[in-house]
Design a protein around this ligand. Structure first.
Ligand SMILES: CC(C)(COP(=O)(O)OP(=O)(O)OC[C@H]1O[C@@H](n2cnc3c(N)ncnc32)[C@H](O)[C@@H]1OP(=O)(O)O)[C@@H](O)C(=O)NCCC(=O)NCCSC(=O)c1cc(O)c2ccccc2c1O
Length: 277
């Protein structure tokens, strides 16, 4: 699969072939690498994931990010229950927190599309990670579900609200209250995923979707992601969208005139800029 290995995570960038890849058309693959634990995440895993997402965000040559799990048995089985404490999750000799919540916010607000590439189980906190991604490409062996009420946990944040948006309030109640597992084809019918493909085609299909996105305007996609999240994310969503407006303004002559005038100790001259209808 994608990239070079680190201890519990692989994070790498993968260039498309020169023919189809102008300089700015690249995708980044981030892999949770604990297949022996069905890719359950530890706090350390989450810190590494956060760093990898941050690197991919800051790399202006990266247009799309793929999040996946190592192997074909699981995308992610949620928080490592062996590291669960009374205050959250903790690596040995570290503080306890529910640190996956920070990663969910990071993915949600990252101004590039994040695609979950799911083979095998996407369960518990792992199921929520795929839901906060912008798109989900699922293999036909994928299985989706929450276990919270069975293992004494729940995610009443994005794990509930985004799910309800995706599958509707009745089905979201079913997923959480009964804690059943759903096949890829059931998930497809429920609107939890974008497409289901044979396992052997999963990576190829995901890259195909990335290429289609990469052909389109990065600014349009950036603003659309912020806009599609804005209402649900309240002030934080508005801040993201508003940040995009400021970013675009900074790139205009009008925006630059204000800064230049300040630096040149003169009054700004905005007279030549139209008051658009
Ligand atoms: C995912 C499974 C259905 C897979 O079943 P399968 O039969 O294929 O594999 P095994 O059960 O034999 O698993 C192999 C091996 O991995 C270990 N393992 C698997 N998942 C975990 C896990 N989450 N934590 C620790 N260890 C795990 C398993 O014990 C086996 O080890 P051996 O030593 O026996 O070989 C099935 O594995 C399964 O149901 N797993 C548990 C799923 C689960 O309940 N996840 C936790 C949900 S709660 C959560 O994720 C969560 C996290 C947060 O950070 C939150 C933060 C804020 C709010 C809520 C949160 C939250 O709910």
């Amino acid at each position: 699969m994608m990239g070079r290995a680190r201890s519990s995570l692989t994070s790498s960038t993968r260039k498309l072939s020169a023919k189809e890849s102008p300089r700015f058309f690249r995708l980044s693959g981030i892999t949770i690498n604990r297949p022996e634990r069905r890719n359950a995440f530890r706090p350390k895993t989450l810190k590494e994931l956060s760093r990898a997402f941050s690197d991919a965000r800051d790399d202006v040559s990266i247009g799309v990010i793929i999040l996946t799990g190592k192997g074909t048995k699981a995308f992610c089985s949620g928080g490592d229950q062996a590291l669960r404490t009374k205050d959250g999750y903790a690596d040995p000799n570290d503080v306890s927190r529910l640190n996956v919540l920070d990663l969910q916010v990071q993915i949600r607000r990252l101004p590039k599309p994040v695609i979950a590439m799911v083979a095998g189980y996407a369960i518990g906190g792992g199921h929520i990670l795929h839901m906060v991604c912008d798109l989900t490409i699922a293999a036909d062996n994928a299985i989706f579900g929450q276990t919270g009420p069975k293992v004494g946990s729940f995610d009443a944040g994005y794990g509930s609200s985004i799910m309800s948006r995706l599958v509707g309030p009745k089905k979201a109640r079913e997923m959480w209250f009964l804690a059943r597992f759903y096949t890829a084809s059931e998930a497809d019918k429920m609107g939890l995923v974008n497409v289901v493909v044979p396992l052997e085609n999963l990576e190829q299909e995901t890259i195909k979707w990335c290429r289609e996105i990469l052909r389109n305007s990065p600014t349009a996609i950036r603003v659309l992601k912020a806009a599609l999240n804005a209402v649900d994310d309240g002030h934080a969503g508005l801040q993201e969208l508003a940040g995009d407006a400021t970013l675009l303004f900074y790139r205009t002559e009008e925006g630059n005139e204000g800064k230049t005038a300040y630096m040149q100790r003169r009054r700004p001259d905005f007279s030549k800029f139209p008051r658009l209808p």
